[in-house]
Design a protein around this ligand. Structure first.
Ligand code: HGY
Ligand code: MN
Ligand code: MN
Length: 415
């Protein structure tokens, strides 16, 4: 008989097969495989007596009514979209584990309703803007967002209609007014927890480390556009060039230098677009992305100003036009201490070690926290790998998270 933790892992691996790309796991906002994800998870929700629906942003929602029906509601969930060539657990684990927790409740009354939400989009891959799913629950959807276009010129609004949903019903996606808390189970996606529990020690002793998240680092996503002059690669002397890519490359190394100079800062240039992108033409235009994160909003702001100023200086020195455009900006968010303390108590009461930490990764909890007390529980990421096919979890840690989650639900005092 498969354990509940093994079932969680198996479900995540089954969902990882539902992809836009047969060679890896890639599932972006309201792409075709999302229909299959909704079918698989929706069936599981229906089997445990939940009411199931899709909201206008494509979030799959399931409600487990407490038979006492006092109406107060706890939200559990995470996202079911992925980055390209993703692992099987980022996001999905939080939804599958939440459904498994309700199975563990086995119709016992937690004393409140529980809604499980599978957010349609958190990564920001298709439209360059993250958290589309949770924005719909917190009322952060406006016309500008609805008209954002993807690489094929399709708007968010059109994508919603093409999926068979009605964007005019967006207000109906709002979080239920009786929601008193949001809890997200997620993999750490970094090396901290795994380095604290080398397999030899804790595997042997069986003691597990789980992460109790105190805060989520703030993040800035920015596009930097360098414009020079395309010209012949063979006839243009070096001193007569205005090479946009060379300027972007100089800036990219400055990004790395600045991030390394500030403790706990991370900065990534993950995207680069070159025009005309041809071997024998000097690049006339280079657009690079910046993902900048730090727990301190002030230090992130200072580094951002420093980097934009550096780009402008490089532009002056190289005769390049430089434009900076912010894609999205989210300040660091503290998790709710009342819920977080109770998560920690649940971790300890069920025999695991609670490790408090700040999340470097962004999560829907940072959006939800604006409207409702939010908390997160992390499972270790073996090898610290994530946003990669080798992303994984240990079944013992999934079991520890289920044990802690059940204890949390059984003893929850509302914030
Ligand atoms: O990028 C992130 O921090 C998250 O995985 N969306
Ligand atoms: Mn992610
Ligand atoms: Mn995630």
């Amino acid at each position: 008989m498969k354990s509940r933790a093994q079932q969680v892992i198996e479900d995540c691996r089954s969902i990882a097969q539902l992809s836009e790309d047969p060679t890896n796991t890639t599932r972006t906002f309201l792409s075709a495989p999302m229909h299959d994800v909704h079918r698989l998870l929706g069936e599981q929700m229906l089997q445990i007596g939940m009411e199931v629906w899709l909201d206008a942003m494509g979030n799959l929602r399931g409600l487990y009514r407490d038979e006492v029906g006092r109406g107060a509601r706890l939200l559990l969930g995470s996202h079911v979209d992925t980055v390209p060539a993703a692992g099987a657990y980022d996001g999905v684990l939080g939804v599958v584990l939440a459904i498994q927790l309700l199975r563990c409740l086995d119709r016992r009354s937690p004393g409140f309703d529980i809604e499980v939400v599978a957010f349609s989009e958190e990564e920001g891959v298709r439209f360059g803007l993250p958290f589309l799913g949770s924005r719909a629950l917190t009322g952060e959807v406006d016309e500008e967002l609805m008209q954002r276009r993807d690489a094929n010129g399709i708007s968010v609004e059109k994508a919603i209609r093409s999926f068979g949903l009605d964007p005019l019903q967006m207000a109906g996606a709002a979080m239920h007014p009786d929601t008193f808390g949001y809890v997200e189970f997620h993999i750490e996606q970094g090396p901290v927890l795994d380095s604290l529990s080398p397999a030899s020690r804790t595997q042997a002793s069986g003691v597990r480390n789980l992460g109790v998240v105190e805060a989520i680092a703030g993040q800035t996503r920015l596009d930097l556009r360098f414009v020079g002059e395309a010209n012949h690669a063979g006839t243009t002397p070096m001193e007569m060039r205005r090479d946009a890519l060379a300027g972007a490359a100089e800036w990219l190394l400055a990004v790395e230098r600045v991030a390394r100079s500030v403790a706990d800062m991370v900065a990534t240039v993950g995207e680069i677009e070159v025009r005309p992108d041809t071997a024998n033409v000097i690049p006339g235009e280079a657009i690079v992305s910046l993902d900048l994160r730090h727990a301190s909003d002030q230090q992130r702001g200072e580094a951002l100003d420093q980097l934009v100023a550096r780009a402008r200086r490089i532009g002056q020195q190289r005769g390049l036009q430089v434009e900076a455009r912010t894609r999205s900006e989210r300040d660091a968010v503290a998790m709710n201490p009342v819920l977080t303390d109770q998560l920690e108590r649940a971790v300890r009461a069920t025999g695991s070690i609670s490790r408090r930490l700040t999340s470097g990764a962004g999560h829907d909890a940072m959006v939800m926290a604006a409207k409702v007390p939010a908390a997160m529980l992390f499972l270790p990421s073996p090898g610290g790998i994530s946003h990669h096919p080798d992303e994984t979890v240990r079944v013992e840690d999934v079991q520890a998270a289920l044990d802690a989650g059940l204890y949390f639900l059984d003893h929850l005092q509302r914030p």
